[in-house]
Every structure is written in structure tokens, then in C-alpha cells.
Design a protein around this ligand. Structure first.
Ligand code: SF4
Length: 62
């Protein structure tokens, strides 16, 4: 299922998605681990980001 509610992050290879016990899904920025310029929990939807990189359509996480 291609969700689009997190803006740019939905097509970014650095996105990490986590779910909680109530069924909500959150989008985290994996770049935050290595680059302090990126917040781990960016405000959604992200409309522009200097760190965006295309996710590999075949190797991306679901
Ligand atoms: S690098 Fe930017 S577009 Fe990619 S997951 Fe982080 S905040 Fe989203």
C-alpha cells in the first residue's frame, strides 16, 4: 500500500516507519542518526527537505 501522508518522506530512503499499539503509524527520519541537522521526528507532512533521496522501489521497506 502506498501511503502518501508523510509527504516527501514517503518516497525517501531514509524514512523509518514505526507503529504503536493503537494502530497509528509514525514516520521517523533515519538521517537523524548520523546528521544532527535532521530531526528524528520531523513535522509531517514534510514538503521540502535537503536530505531527501529516492527510495529504491524494489529494495525499499514496506
Ligand atoms: S531525509 Fe528528509 S525526506 Fe528523508 S526521511 Fe528525513 S526528513 Fe524525510
Amino acid at each position: 500500500m502506498g501511503e502518501r501522508r508523510f509527504g516527501l518522506c514517503d518516497s525517501c530512503r531514509h524514512q523509518r516507519r514505526v507503529g504503536n499499539t493503537r494502530g497509528s503509524t509514525f514516520s521517523l527520519c533515519g538521517r537523524a542518526k548520523t546528521d544532527p541537522n535532521f530531526p528524528k521526528y520531523p513535522r509531517m507532512p514534510v514538503l521540502e527537505c535537503s536530505g531527501w533521496e529516492r527510495r529504491d522501489p524494489d529494495g525499499g521497506q514496506g
